[in-house]
Design a binder for this molecule. Structure first.
Ligand SMILES: [Ca+2]
Ligand SMILES: [Ca+2]
Ligand SMILES: [Ca+2]
Length: 279
């Protein structure tokens, strides 16, 4: 499969891996360590031990370079919130139907030190029982592309195809990724944004500097802000933060990266329900 989501994932992952290669090789001279952990398939589950696969199948740019050892640990906490135009009480947020608002991703608790930050928001409602590309009920959940492949490209499979996802909220992307990414220690030139991984999916990432050793951050607060609006009619919309190695977000998922570049720190997250309420 070779679709937009794949390409976006790839671009994001390559950014991370390229960065990791620079820092890791500079710091460690390319030594390696086979141990690591991998998240299970649910995206919300407990980490599981996994051994002997430091590359994790993502490949290394340029082939033949030393694979980067990856260790995935839990740490820190991120949450979704409404920064402007509404309010939140626990996991419930409230905005008037038809109104604009700013959705925020807040780092509530940071790990002891990090040099890369990624956030990944999912505000689409996926229906695996729907019909993808008029192929029949359930083809949104059959694991394959049901439409034509033209020049190696498709309109996305399953969750990445707009046929399979309801997006009730309107997101208006800012011109530049850095305009939506407010990490205090961000090097703005490194800010990247993934907009084409699928309907209702948007990821942000960046690192704290251009040349190792990178500045170490302990920053907390609102990191990502998305300008959005509710539809004219009342609706409840679940919104999630997808974490690193989530099946959908893959290596673009929400995470911190420690100064060693190989340690991915996956935050605790809590989904919210955004209530677009009749005035
Ligand atoms: Ca389609
Ligand atoms: Ca399908
Ligand atoms: Ca399709």
């Amino acid at each position: 499969m070779f679709d937009l989501r794949y390409l976006a994932t790839r671009a994001f992952a390559l950014m991370l891996i390229a960065f990791a290669a620079v820092v890791f090789l500079a710091a460690c001279g390319g030594s390696d360590d086979d141990s690591g952990t991998e998240l299970n398939g649910s995206g919300q589950g407990e980490p599981q031990e996994r051994n002997g696969d430091p590359g994790q199948g993502d490949g290394v740019p340029g082939g033949g370079q030393t694979p980067i050892s990856e260790t995935i640990i839990d740490g820190g906490e991120m949450k979704l919130t409404v920064v402007e135009g509404g309010s939140c009480t626990g996991a419930d947020c409230f905005v008037e139907a038809g109104a604009t608002f700013t959705l925020g991703v807040e780092v509530v608790e940071a790990p002891p030190s990090y040099v890369l930050l990624q956030t990944f928001v999912d505000f689409g409602v996926y229906d695996p029982e729907a019909s993808e590309d008029d192929a029949g009920d359930g083809t949104c959940g059959d694991g394959i592309e049901n439409g034509p492949v033209v020049d190696g490209q498709t309109d996305g499979a399953d969750r990445a195809d707009e046929d399979c996802v309801t997006v009730a909220l309107t997101y208006v992307p800012a011109t530049e990724a850095a305009d939506e990414f407010f990490w205090a220690d961000l090097e703005p030139a490194t800010a990247v944004r993934a907009l084409s991984m699928g309907p209702g999916l948007v990821g942000h990432g960046g690192i704290s500097g251009l040349i190792p050793p990178l500045p170490e951050s302990t920053a907390t607060g609102i990191m990502t802000q998305l300008e959005m609006s509710c539809p004219a009619d009342a609706v409840d919309v679940p919104i999630s933060l997808l974490i690193y190695r989530d099946p959908l977000a893959s290596t673009s998922g929400s995470a911190f990266v420690a100064p060693d570049a190989g340690t991915k720190i996956v935050p605790a997250i809590t989904p919210i329900t955004l209530h677009c309420e009749a005035p």
